[in-house]
Design a protein. Structure first.
Length: 95
């Protein structure tokens, strides 16, 4: 059986609170909302996993390779369309 099954997070507990008559939920104060926000930020930061050195090098090389590939494609298209525009919009010398 899952131990976390019966627990309710602060975000879901806060969203289900309402007025006693079942109307709109009561709005929390500014400081309560800020405190909840920072608790949630800290909770999410605890889930972050730092990559190893080899993973970081691998990710960096992958990103650099992809950026170089896109630069080559854009440069090639720029050259192609630039030369095409020159051919279309300039008058050929008459003989």
């Amino acid at each position: 059986m899952n131990a976390n099954r019966g627990t309710v997070t602060e975000a879901t507990a806060g969203s289900s609170k309402g007025s006693p008559r079942g109307g709109k939920p009561a709005k929390a104060g500014v400081f309560a909302r800020l405190a909840l926000f920072f608790r949630q930020v800290i909770s999410e930061l605890k889930k972050v996993v730092t990559p190893t050195r080899s993973e970081l090098v691998n990710y960096t090389l992958t990103v650099l390779g992809f950026v170089i590939l896109v630069m080559l494609i854009v440069s090639g298209l720029d050259l192609l369309f630039g030369n095409g525009a020159i051919l279309v919009f300039t008058n050929p010398p008459e003989q």
